[in-house]
Design a protein around this ligand. Structure first.
Ligand code: UT7
Length: 328
């Protein structure tokens, strides 16, 4: 029996037009451009208008993608939205996307794996394609982080940005396919990066609002240490498992949380800067959306082409992390 493989057929992105620079943030919190750039690599990020929710950004990116690939929306059989900032707690943003794109033959759900949402979603899409249970999977990764940021907390509000993407995952071929994927979860880190209230454990009350519990809280140092080690380790593991070394990789697309975390992982694999995808400077940390938006950015710039060996890697809230190896 012929083995079905899965590939990313195409990606498109959507970013809100409004740019927020480090200088803009200096007017709101006690921070400065020098600190933000040297500690994180971020120069600016995008901020959504009210209507620019994850479903909206996903729909806009999907429309561009369908046009580029000449895809009939009726051919989509599964839609997933990787996000931690879904339009509503329920229904899933995937339902809104299904409605707004007229995906009459698709079922859908949201996937909450934070910064690893894209890699978790890609692996889920791959399982549906390889098993023959789906032919065309629309994977949206989109975040409106500005809705859950505390603009009185300089340790978090400077880090994140808004943005989205849509990827189409279909049957692969010899030149283009997902080779392997390793995904990890360690819930002992659950409270190192989280939003305390708003879920069923702590529904909204005047007290939760007064405590500013509906915003992102992060123990940055602990997350940083784990990210540096675990992202580099999982990259080494997937390369060794597939009998490859860093020199075989044409492009490394790491989650964009901090340029220092990216540099540490790249250096461990001996990768020169031109083989590393960076968009954190322009967009900050867009959580689930960093990897697909950085990958399509590199394709547009000619930094990667179809058939190249590409390594994707993530680390984030949960903790969740992972690495995916593919022929693009
Ligand atoms: O994508 C999800 C996963 N998230 C991550 O991977 C993020 C991981 N963590 C990090 O990237 C880093 O820990 C941060 C960028 C969040 C912080 O960098 P750091 O080098 O670990 O800084 P720090 O927390 O040790 O803070 C150093 C100093 C502190 O001042 P004192 O106590 O030394 O006087 C902070 O109060 O920097 C201060 N600080 C700031 N100063 C100016 C913290 N935030 C700011 C700020 N502007 N925005």
């Amino acid at each position: 029996m012929a083995t079905i493989r899965a590939k990313i057929l195409g990606i498109e992105d959507y970013f809100p037009e409004k740019v927020v620079t480090n200088k803009d943030l200096e007017k709101i919190v006690d921070t400065n451009d020098e600190w933000i750039v040297s500690r994180t690599g971020i120069h600016e990020r995008r901020r959504s208008e009210a209507h620019e929710t994850p479903s909206f950004m996903g729909v806009e990116a999907s429309k561009k993608l369908f046009k580029k690939l000449s895809i009939d929306p009726l051919s989509i059989d599964l839609v997933m939205v990787a996000t931690i900032t879904s339009d509503h707690i329920f229904p899933a943003a995937a339902c809104l996307v299904q409605r707004d794109l007229g995906l009459k033959n698709a079922f859908g759900f949201d996937l909450g794996a934070a910064c690893s949402g894209y890699l978790y979603g890609l692996e889920t899409a791959r399982a549906f394609i390889e098993s023959g249970r789906a032919k065309n999977v629309l994977l949206i990764a989109a975040e409106k982080m500005s809705a859950i940021l505390d603009f009185q907390d300089r340790t978090t509000c400077v880090l994140f940005g808004d943005g989205g993407s849509a990827s189409l995952v279909t049957a692969g071929d010899e030149r283009s396919y997902i080779i392997d994927s390793l995904l990890r979860t360690d819930g002992s880190g659950a409270l190192c990066l989280y939003m305390p209230a708003g879920g069923s454990k702590s529904p909204p009350t005047h007290e939760t609002i007064d405590r500013r519990d509906h915003y992102v809280k992060q123990d940055g140092k602990t997350v940083y240490k784990r990210a540096v080690t675990d992202m580099a380790d999982i990259c080494s593991e997937i390369l060794a498992k597939n009998k490859l070394t860093g020199s075989d990789i044409a492009l490394f697309v790491p989650h964009q949380a901090n340029i220092r975390i990216i540099d540490a992982a790249s250096e461990r694999m001996g990768l020169p800067k031109e083989k590393v995808a960076i968009n954190i400077d322009r967009f900050g940390n867009t959580t689930a959306a960093t990897i697909p938006t950085a990958l399509i950015d590199c394709e547009r710039k000619g930094q990667v082409k179809r058939g190249d060996l590409v390594l994707l890697a993530s680390f984030g809230a949960g903790f969740t992390w992972g690495a995916t190896l593919l022929r693009y």
